[in-house]
Design a protein around this ligand. Structure first.
Ligand code: PLP
Length: 446
């Protein structure tokens, strides 16, 4: 589908990512309708959504079961304060116990992922009586004060001059393509996780480490298989809690209910949002194990929200989980992941600008490089702040003209497909990517 750009409000490179842009000249695409994996603009152009909006729409648009559940709940009980028990909350808690990693059985409900992480930090600090939070550089944990302070990527820079919470320290990420400590897997013995042991030894007073089990926006970074089991051991050795931020990696995204399930590692706290309702209602979750929950039996947790455990969001989550099960979407994600891999990897052979293609289930990154030997990216973080044209954004804007929405981020594309996507739709979007990668190929230096 090739669109006549004159019929669409002016597109800019920044349009490809919805929350972090220069305001001057911003003219967003007006969306008027959506169905399944597509959305439609005011001029009638149809776009295939290759990133589930903000990597959150596992069920695609207009899922009738979720819509009906919200409608019915609205008629029955649209709001009640979080201090009351409700049937819908009990029902959701039962569903969560079935799908979350074993033992995560006490739930604090929020309206977003960032709030779930704020709760996690407060719980970890109160429970352990310690104050430090370790996070990793290639990470995003949300935009409120605690979560942005624990965010490793440059979205944190804006709060460095005064707005940051104290006692957050950063560890290197597990990135086997551009290893921050210049090692090479497997000879490295997974030095990046051993360094966290070293950090905990020397920092002392560490309450928790927060990790995205598969790093999302910052590159779909999949740790080596030894990483999470070893991190679990390190946390236990130092009496620090392991917080898995599964806001993006949960809900079938990696071919399992949660990314941690790929290594059978159970965190002490799991936070999530996005796919919990397939984004039909704003719900976040901070789930803890019983030991932590028991502590709060007689310790006051001075924390809460007006919209905490909002009945409409609970109803949406129940329906979304039931839909994931009814349509076998978690298994489907794993199966379709194999198809994605078979179609994506040939792009690396064909395009010199493709450095690495990595993924799990229906969660993939296409990482670009100027030079395959040095793995130098086309752009660095600073370029974005200086409003310089970003190669990945140019490609994403070109793909949008062809009717495909893809998420671009500094060095790579994040592909987070609705779990209902078909092979035909994948082929269509990858044909557009194949075509548009020539923009980067022309800039390759060797
Ligand atoms: C891993 C991760 N954690 C936390 C958040 C913040 O979630 P929210 O935008 O719902 O506050 C995000 C959002 O993209 C995320 O990807």
């Amino acid at each position: 589908m090739e669109h006549n750009m004159n019929s669409i409000p002016e597109l800019t490179a920044q349009l490809t990512y919805g929350t972090w842009r220069f305001q001057k000249g911003w003219k967003p695409l007006e969306v008027v309708d959506a169905e399944g994996c597509y959305f439609i603009d005011a001029a009638g152009n149809k776009y295939l959504d290759f990133c589930g909006q903000l990597m959150c729409m596992q069920l695609g648009h207009k899922n009738q079961a979720v819509i009906r559940a919200i409608q019915q709940q609205a008629e029955k009980l649209s709001y009640i304060g979080p201090g009351f028990a409700t049937e819908v909350r009990v029902e959701l808690s039962k569903r969560l116990q079935e799908v979350l990693p074993k033992g995560l059985e006490k739930y604090f409900f929020t309206c977003s992922g960032t709030e779930a992480n704020e709760a996690a930090f407060k719980i970890a600090r109160m429970y352990t009586g310690k104050s430090k939070i370790i996070s990793r550089y290639r990470s995003y944990h949300g935009s409120t004060t605690g979560s942005i302070s624990a965010t490793g990527d440059p979205r944190r820079w804006a709060v460095e001059n005064g707005g940051k919470i104290p006692n957050v320290v950063f560890a290197p990420e597990a990135d086997c393509y551009r290893c921050p400590i210049k090692h090479s897997y497997p000879d490295c013995g997974v030095a990046c996780v051993e360094y966290i042991d070293h950090m905990m030894e020397h920092e002392s007073n560490v309450a928790a480490i927060i990790v995205e089990p598969v790093v999302g926006t910052n590159g779909v970074l999949i740790p080596p298989k030894e990483y999470m089991p070893r991190l679990r051991e390190i946390c236990d050795k130092h009496g620090a809690l392991l917080i898995a931020d599964e806001v993006m990696s949960g809900w079938g995204r990696t071919g399992k209910w949660f990314a941690m399930d790929n290594w059978n590692v159970i965190p002490d706290i799991l936070t999530t949002a996005k796919g919990i309702t397939s984004a039909y209602a704003p719900l976040g979750l901070c789930a803890t194990n019983k030991k932590i929950a028991d502590y709060f039996e007689d310790h006051y947790f001075a924390h809460g929200h007006t919209y905490e455990a909002h009945p409409l969001t609970m109803a949406a989550a129940i329906a979304a989980i039931d839909e994931y099960k009814r349509m076998n979407l978690i298994e489907r994600s794993a199966e379709m992941g194999k198809y994605m891999e078979s179609k994506l990897q040939p792009l690396k052979e064909k395009h010199p600008s493709v450095g690495e293609i990595r993924g799990l289930g229906l969660f993939w990154a296409v990482d670009l490089t100027k030079n395959r030997k040095t793995r130098e990216p086309f752009n660095v973080y600073k370029d974005k702040f200086e409003n310089k044209p970003m190669t990945v954004d140019k490609i994403a804007a070109e793909m949008l003209k062809k009717g495909v929405l893809i998420m671009s981020w500094f060095t790579h594309f994040v592909i987070a497909l609705p779990l209902i996507i078909t092979k035909k739709q994948i082929d269509h979007a990858l044909a557009a990517l194949d075509d548009c990668l020539r923009i980067a190929d022309e800039l390759v230096t060797t």
